[in-house]
Design a protein around this ligand. Structure first.
Ligand SMILES: Cc1cc2nc3c(=O)[nH]c(=O)nc-3n(C[C@H](O)[C@H](O)[C@H](O)COP(=O)(O)OP(=O)(O)OC[C@H]3O[C@@H](n4cnc5c(N)ncnc54)[C@H](O)[C@@H]3O)c2cc1C
Ligand code: SF4
Length: 514
């Protein structure tokens, strides 16, 4: 262990979602002249009501990472959440560290959140310290790449961005052409499980909490007792080694059926064939490159079919890089957008999971228990309900940012406000993702155990999704008419009689009040 004395050369800032030994900020680290700064602060758990699982995963992964740095002999200035002199904010903790170490400069990998960047830049400025920002190399692309792609385009669509990146990085390419002759294998993917349900599901990949994690779990229970969710089932990967095991487990056991059942849901089965890798990637325990490479190699050696691998690669090289570019090119105004003028409050049951709607109950209860739901649960159960009900997109944003272990604003906000709530008026999605309860019936077994009927829009057994779907179309009919992709849905709306419309409107109001 080096014993450094101030003044030092660099105070190297490492945030909770930058836990990568190869991070750009650490590449020229000199243990004789530099110190790493890491801070657990209450502000990060309370600016939105962060769930217990989410706070725990960040703190545990941070503590393991700090330990790995110390084992290299590096000096780590680390504040724990319950240190008596912890000021509670990143700005406050950075101020204290600057006073202690008197660095010539601060340096860091560019943070993921706009809010955090503002706070750190303001603190550096207030103390007259230069803050050097370096590109985040765990992504394939930079925000500058996205801005260049977006420049001059009237419309942004993920598909064109994705194809460009496939070509640029030579992923699943055969010379200049996509392998298999197609860019997209959606037609082969996205099946439901059918009546028999999922068969021989792989065992869930879970990591028993070690001593460090146990301490964090006790701390979170003690200092954040009212935070949403539960900790009893905490078993997320919190180290690089565990994250690599998690990747290997996915490639071996789930990837081959990932595409086929990408959109399917089943009551009581949270994991299915999903990778559960978002948390490791977002904390930077894994890089996007190594995850995509592992999937591509599985195809190359004949372990997984092309449709599954392409479907998976599209989520990472396509969507994940795309939403990041969208976030950084649209902030800070993006978070304020509310194109549909949705004003409803978030129903209280989102925080408890107590509702009669079987699909929502399943997604909510698993979210509160594990801090996880897969994409279709987030988009077509949870997000869809908020959209149809007319919940203010900022309330949906706060909720989604609070409850998931993988929730970091750069990825959560465009997905919630843009893709799921159409709050950006169509930047992310070419049309609102709206459907009746019949979509959920087709993709899951939830409706079998529900007191509602997805085919009914009015009456005591009316499915709230179906009622609210028609109500949504009626409320936004004028605006939706300008969107050719909504033509079929509006044509069906046109078949409803005046009486039916009235009855649906009343049923929707009643549901919102109940
Ligand atoms: C309303 C809403 C909120 C979301 N909030 C988050 C969030 O806070 N953090 C987050 O990482 N993802 C978010 N997503 C995207 C996606 O739902 C999750 O990445 C995925 O469910 C994580 O589970 P998994 O790792 O098992 O994913 P898999 O289904 O195995 O997918 C593989 C990987 O692809 C990436 N991916 C898939 N879809 C997307 C997407 N739309 N945007 C970005 N990356 C994607 C993820 O890194 C994921 O790990 C959100 C989606 C919606 C609709
Ligand atoms: S009937 Fe409606 S509320 Fe019930 S599970 Fe099906 S879609 Fe969900």
């Amino acid at each position: 262990m080096q014993h450094l004395a101030p003044p030092i050369r660099h105070l190297v800032l490492v945030l909770g979602d930058q836990l990568d030994l190869n991070a750009s900020a650490l590449q020229d680290f000199d243990p004789l002249r530099d110190v790493v700064w890491m801070a657990e602060v209450m502000e990060e758990s309370t600016h939105v009501p962060s769930s217990k699982q989410r706070t725990a995963v960040f703190l545990s992964a941070m503590r393991h990472f700090a330990q790995a740095l110390r084992e290299r002999g590096w000096t780590v200035h680390y504040t724990e959440l319950d240190d008596t002199d912890n000021s509670g904010s990143l700005a406050g903790e950075l101020t204290r560290a600057i006073a202690q170490w008197q660095p010539d400069a601060l340096c860091m990998t560019a943070p993921g959140d706009w809010r955090v960047l503002q706070a750190l830049q303001a603190t550096a400025k207030a103390h007259g310290k230069p803050l050097q920002l370096r590109d985040d190399l765990s992504f394939f692309t930079t925000v500058r790449d996205f801005a260049a792609h977006a420049k001059g385009r009237k419309q942004l669509r993920m598909e064109y961005w994705y194809r460009e990146q496939r070509q640029r990085f030579g992923v699943l390419m055969d010379g200049g052409k996509p392998v298999g002759g197609q860019w997209n294998f959606d037609a082969d993917n996205r099946e439901s499980f059918g009546k028999q349900g999922p068969q021989n599901l792989p065992a869930p990949q879970r990591f028993a909490p070690d001593e460090t994690t146990q301490k964090v779990l006790a701390l979170v229970s003690r200092v954040l007792p009212k935070a949403p969710g539960h900790l009893a089932d905490f078993a997320w990967p919190v180290t690089r080694v565990q994250a690599l095991q998690s990747l290997d487990d996915f490639i071996t056991h789930r990837l081959p059926l990932f595409g086929q059942f990408e959109d399917a849901m089943w009551t009581g089965e949270p994991w299915l064939y999903h990778s559960q890798l978002s948390v490791s990637m977002n904390l930077k325990l894994l890089s996007a490159h190594e995850v995509v490479q592992a999937a591509e190699q599985a195809w190359a050696r004949g372990h997984a079919p092309l449709a599954a691998v392409e479907g998976f690669v599209r989520q990472i090289l396509g969507w994940r890089e795309y939403v990041r570019g969208m976030y950084w090119t649209q902030m800070p105004g993006y978070v304020e957008r509310n194109a549909l003028d949705a004003q409803e409050a978030l129903p209280e049951f989102f925080w408890t999971g107590e509702t009669d709607m079987a699909c929502l109950r399943d997604a909510l209860q698993q979210t509160l228990r594990y801090g996880y739901a897969h994409h279709i649960q987030r988009l077509m159960v949870l997000g869809l309900y908020g959209l149809l009900r007319g919940v203010h997109p900022q309330h949906m944003h706060t909720w989604f940012l609070s409850v998931y272990v993988d929730a970091v604003e750069w990825v959560e906000l465009p997905n919630t406000l843009g893709m799921s709530q159409f709050g950006d008026g169509g930047l992310m999605a070419s049309k609102p993702y709206v459907a009746t309860g019949k979509y959920i019936q087709r993709m899951s077994n939830h409706c079998q155990g529900c007191k509602f009927d997805p085919a009914q829009s009015t009456g005591p057994k009316a499915c709230p999704y179906t009622t609210l779907y028609w109500d949504f179309l009626m409320r936004h009919e004028a605006m939706l008419k300008t969107n050719p992709r909504m033509a079929m849905q509006l044509k069906n709306l046109g078949r409803l009689s005046v009486e039916q419309r009235e009855a649906i409107g009343q049923a929707a109001t009643l549901h919102r009040q109940s």
